[in-house]
Design a protein around this ligand. Structure first.
Ligand code: ATP
Length: 449
């Protein structure tokens, strides 16, 4: 299998097959924003559901939350985002390109020359990444409000609410999936870094002194999550934050990195955030956020937090890159020799089963429609009757449909259909009344090729 997928191949497939479109494309596009098409939203929802199930259903002590995007502006003062959530920024006076100072060669910074055109660079300036807007009718600054740059703060400010309403006991976690906004300076690499994106974050509250063991626990859990997803594990690695990277309040931090077409890049962070956030919110809000430990003589303290912070949209890009293959399947000397195939784990595929009548005529289409309506209750299905059957298989391969059911003349005679496997392209005959079961079993025993 070729390991050399390029971002251009991914971008082109995403547009061609309705995974991801440029935002406001007919107006020339809006940088840093992307629209998820019919296949993209299915894929995104399935990844989100997988994460949600992993976090909430499979962990007895984690509950969910959906906090508002708009929060009280003091939240961001307390969190440190107003003061510290900045990127260092330089501009080229000649070609006007804007760079993140930490992303250009050190030599360029020293000599103040543009890495693109050799022109003169400005001094490094701090640039806050939070989007500001205004709430209410008057625009005199009194209604200043931010679009949240992370979902985590929505969890911290609800710590007491969740604790009390759901009678939680330490250790416990709160999970949330939602939009976040950052005024990113460099938004290249497709959906990897955008101004509007989605995060999947979980904050795990623990008794002080137990943070290190929970930190290790969550590192292991998050690594195993990707194994369970069926991602190629040789494409993942850990990166530990050095002293210069570590946030000033954090005790320890690791990133899980995936080898994207542009190299190893952060996918998710596992952070030991100490009791920094709750301490700050307690200070700024004046509300007592301490936990009363009834198992330990009603001792009062602020819990420590282990955070797992993943990007949903970034994970979607990873799933696409990980699944993509251009495969040689024949030797006829024409373009049909190749197929583009997405080797999605079937649980993520936008369409699980495509139903294809071999011919439109002789009652095959009607029979196929009938079989499709039977499968609909259990699976996401597609129906396609146009064009040569080989072409239809290719179309399904390209969006990663793991199973194709073909209805042919024999189906009319003996009530069997063929079931084609996307990865091996093998076809087996299955009795119609065993079809659902056969698909379910194949899904269960799925292994990444
Ligand atoms: P970077 O250093 O690359 O800017 P970060 O360390 O600031 O990222 P976090 O604040 O830890 O990122 O965010 C947690 C996760 O949210 C990241 O691991 C990533 O998956 C996702 N994420 C962050 N910023 C973006 C973005 N602009 N676009 C898409 N996903 C993002």
């Amino acid at each position: 299998m070729s390991d050399t997928v390029t971002m251009d191949q991914i971008v082109s497939l995403c547009k061609r097959r309705g995974f991801v479109f440029q935002s406001s494309e007919i107006y020339g596009g809006q940088a840093g924003a992307w629209d998820y098409g019919p296949n993209g939203i299915e894929l995104k929802n399935r990844i989100a559901q997988f994460w949600w199930k992993e976090m909430t259903q499979l962990h007895d002590n984690i509950v969910g939350l959906d906090a508002a995007i708009l929060m009280h502006p003091r939240v961001w003062e307390a969190s440190g985002h107003v003061e510290n959530f900045t990127d260092p920024l330089v501009d080229c006076k000649k070609c006007k390109t804007r760079f993140r100072a930490d992303q250009i060669p050190e030599e360029s910074l020293k000599t103040k020359t543009c890495p693109e055109c050799g022109g003169e660079l400005t001094d490094v300036r701090k640039f806050n990444l939070m989007f500001k807007t205004n709430i209410g009718p008057v625009e005199d600054g009194s209604g200043l409000i931010y679009l949240r740059p992370e979902t985590a703060q929505g969890i911290y400010v609800n710590f007491k609410n969740v604790l009390q309403s759901n009678r939680m006991k330490l250790p416990f976690g709160i999970a949330q999936i939602g939009k976040a906004f950052r005024n990113e300076i460099v938004t290249k690499n497709f959906i990897f870094r955008s101004c509007e994106f989605e995060q999947m974050e979980m904050q795990f509250f623990v008794k002080p002194g137990t943070d290190e063991e929970w930190f290790e626990y969550w590192r292991e859990q998050r690594w195993n999550y990707y194994k369970k997803m069926g991602i190629r594990m040789d494409k993942l690695r850990w990166h530990r934050h050095g002293p210069e990277e570590l946030a000033f309040y954090a005790k320890d931090a690791y990133d899980i990195e995936y080898e994207f077409p542009m190299g190893f890049k952060e996918l998710e962070g596992v952070h030991n955030r100490t009791n920094y956030d709750l301490t700050r919110h307690q200070q700024f809000s004046g509300k007592d956020l301490q936990y009363i430990d009834q198992d330990n003589g009603n001792e009062r303290y602020l819990p420590w937090v282990i955070e797992t912070s993943a990007g949903l949209t970034r994970e979607l890009l990873m799933v696409l890159c990980d699944a993509y293959e251009e495969q040689k399947v024949a030797d006829k000397g024409n373009e049909d020799d190749y197929r583009t195939v997405l080797h999605f784990n079937p649980i993520f595929a936008p369409v699980t089963v495509a139903v294809l009548p071999l011919m439109k005529k002789d009652g095959l289409a009607e029979l196929a429609q009938d079989i499709r309506s039977e499968l609909k209750e259990d699976f996401v299905t597609d129906y396609d009757q146009s064009g040569a059957i080989g072409r239809r298989y290719r179309r399904q391969d390209e969006i990663g449909t793991p199973y194709c059911v073909t209805i042919d003349y024999q189906s009319k005679e003996d009530h069997t259909v063929t079931l084609r496997d996307r990865d091996s392209m093998e076809q087996i005959r299955v009795p119609r009344d065993k079809l659902s079961l056969a698909i379910r079993e194949k899904m269960k025993s799925y292994k990444r090729v």
